[in-house]
Every structure is written in structure tokens, then in C-alpha cells.
Design a protein around this ligand. Structure first.
Ligand SMILES: Cc1cc2nc3c(=O)[nH]c(=O)nc-3n(C[C@H](O)[C@H](O)[C@H](O)COP(=O)(O)O)c2cc1C
Length: 199
């Protein structure tokens, strides 16, 4: 996967130092994001690569957002080292389904979701996996990191504005400059650099 390889390249990634809630060490400066446009050329689905440390290693996955770039459509994980029957349950459709319809941001544009400890329900948060608190926490940290200012938030704000939506979210009032009218677009999201300098 592209973000992983890029991370090893010092020029194309930055050392997060102590500011590394997702435990990824280095953050790629670019990530390959998939945007599926509707027939009118407006973003319909946005697929974001995500990664973060679980209990035993880095978990890699994709987070999919709806056209408001706020509502979660789905989440999936394609690589991890979590224990079968415990942390590996993040792969189960039943748990992944809990993310569907969750709103990523509050009305101020702050990330407003994550994973709770199992059995401690919280509105708009996903219930953690019993017996896998550490993996659940890893997923929570990674979601919050990638949806946040260090992750895709600036990119999503731009995409939302381009499609004529308000930065806070949800109401679509079409228009201004639209992204290219293609059924499927692939593009590189430039991720914010902590020190403000470019390579
Ligand atoms: C062999 C073994 C494998 C484990 N694998 C995981 C795991 O993949 N994810 C996880 O969060 N906890 C795992 N745990 C449990 C953690 O050590 C810890 O007890 C657990 O995360 C606490 O969750 P709880 O508060 O829901 O009980 C494992 C424990 C053992 C002994």
C-alpha cells in the first residue's frame, strides 16, 4: 500500500515525534485517496487509507465517508497482527457495521467519534470489543488521528468546499467549482506538515 512505502521514505514522510497518537512513527506527506463521483461530478464516496498501532502491531485499513465528508459509510481492515478471537474481531462485519452512519465531526468541525470501552455506550461512538480494549483503543486513536487536523481534515474541508458544502458539514447546496466529472477519481491528498515546511 502506498502510504506504508512512502512512510519509509524520509523525504516523503515526517517524523511525528511525541505528537503521534496513532503510533505510526512517521506520517506520509501524501496519501492516495479514492473519490467516487456521482453523475453530476460531485463526490459521492471518499475512501481514506488509515493506519495505527493496535496491541501487537500496526493496523491498516480504509475509512469510507459519504458525500458530506462527515458521515461514515464503512470501515475495513486489511492487515494487522491482532489476536484471532480478540483484537482481530475488528474485522468482523458485525463490529464494522457499527461504524455505518456515525458522524465524524461535531458542529464545530471537531472530531466527535471514537471507540468506547466495551459496555460504556456513548452517543456517536462505537462500543469497544470486549476483551480487546487495547486494540479498540488503537482503532479509536487511529480514527481520531486521520480524521483530525494532522490527517485528512484539511483535505476533506477543501473537498467539501469545492462541492459547494459548508465546511461544518452536511448541507449540500450545489455548486461553485466542481471536481472533474468522472465516475471514479483517484487523487493524492496532501497531508498537513507539522512544521509547515515542504520537502
Ligand atoms: C495471548 C493474549 C492475546 C491477546 N490479544 C489481545 C488483542 O489482540 N487485543 C487486545 O486488545 N487485547 C488482547 N489481549 C488482552 C490484553 O492483554 C488485555 O487484557 C485486554 O486488552 C483488556 O481488555 P478488557 O479490558 O476488555 O478485558 C490478549 C491477551 C493475551 C493473554
Amino acid at each position: 500500500m502506498t502510504p506504508v512505502k512512502r512512510q519509509k521514505n524520509q523525504a516523503l514522510s515526517e517524523d511525528l515525534g511525541d505528537n503521534d497518537p496513532a503510533g505510526i512513527g512517521r506520517k506520509p506527506k501524501y496519501a492516495k485517496v479514492y473519490v467516487k463521483n456521482d453523475d453530476a461530478g460531485q463526490p459521492e464516496t471518499v475512501v481514506l487509507p488509515i493506519q495505527g498501532y493496535g496491541l501487537w502491531g500496526t493496523i491498516y485499513g480504509f475509512l469510507t465517508l459519504e458525500s458530506d465528508m462527515n458521515t461514515i459509510k464503512g470501515i475495513s481492515f486489511y492487515e494487522h497482527k491482532e489476536t484471532p478471537g480478540l483484537g482481530a474481531r475488528i474485522e468482523e462485519p458485525e463490529w464494522r457495521a457499527k461504524w455505518s452512519g456515525i458522524e465524524s465531526y461535531d458542529e464545530n468541525g471537531n472530531v466527535a467519534t471514537g471507540v468506547t470501552k466495551a459496555g460504556n455506550p456513548k452517543e456517536n461512538w462505537v462500543d469497544g470489543i470486549s476483551g480487546a480494549t487495547l486494540t479498540s483503543r488503537g482503532v479509536s486513536n487511529m480514527i481520531q488521528f486521520w480524521l483530525g487536523e494532522q490527517g485528512y481534515k484539511p483535505y476533506l474541508d477543501t473537498l467539501r468546499e469545492k462541492s459547494g458544502q459548508t465546511v461544518e458539514g452536511a448541507d449540500t447546496q450545489a455548486n461553485q467549482s466542481k471536481p472533474a466529472a468522472q465516475p471514479k477519481t483517484e487523487l493524492a491528498a496532501k497531508l498537513p506538515v507539522a512544521n509547515g515546511k515542504e520537502a
